[in-house]
Design a protein around this ligand. Structure first.
Ligand code: HEM
Length: 141
């Protein structure tokens, strides 16, 4: 029962983290297209609040609650699906940190990528989400 409560919160933080992982690069798309200074300043505030206020706390809590599940049920550690899942999680953490680098470039008006580049960049977390959900629910390995 306690395990299920931890799992419920793990999933809640996954959802809030991914809301940001999907929306922040979307803001980058529009920011890269913005021509007016006032508009760009507004994007900077939205991006910073989303990253620092929602995404980083949610990602941290996802990992902490996931680790808690492993502590309560260490048998999962010998399963291949978990190893592959953790590899995908590491890639998503790198994606998250890279978003932080892009955010600082926009903040300093040093963005070098086009809106089309951000549209493709925006698709990467979708792959991670599909892979992880199939691994944890179907456990095909
Ligand atoms: C270091 C990070 C993470 C660790 C250690 C971790 C670990 C775990 C563990 C041990 C379970 C329980 C599996 C079960 O009871 O069947 C679980 C469930 C789950 N995890 Fe994670 N997880 C992490 C990150 C993530 C991420 C990033 C996502 C989503 C993209 C995710 C999505 C899920 C889902 C949807 C479940 C529920 C599966 C089910 O009950 O059918 N996890 N996680």
């Amino acid at each position: 029962m306690f395990y299920l409560w931890i799992k419920a919160f793990h999933i809640i933080f996954v959802i809030t983290w991914f809301a940001g992982l999907f929306y922040l690069p979307r803001l980058f798309v529009y920011h890269a297209m913005a021509t007016e200074a006032a508009g760009r300043e507004r994007f900077k505030v939205m991006e910073r609040k989303l990253y620092r206020g929602i995404m980083t706390p949610s990602g941290t809590l996802t990992v902490l609650f996931g680790g808690w599940l492993l502590y309560l049920s260490p048998g999962w550690l010998s399963e291949d699906w978990l190893h592959l899942k953790l590899l995908l999680v590491v890639l998503i953490i790198f994606y998250h940190l890279y978003c932080g680098i892009l955010l600082r470039r926009f903040r300093d008006d040093r963005n070098t990528h086009s809106h089309v580049w951000y549209r493709w960049f925006n698709e990467l977390p979708v792959m991670g989400l599909i892979g992880i959900v199939i691994l944890v629910v179907v456990k095909p390995l």
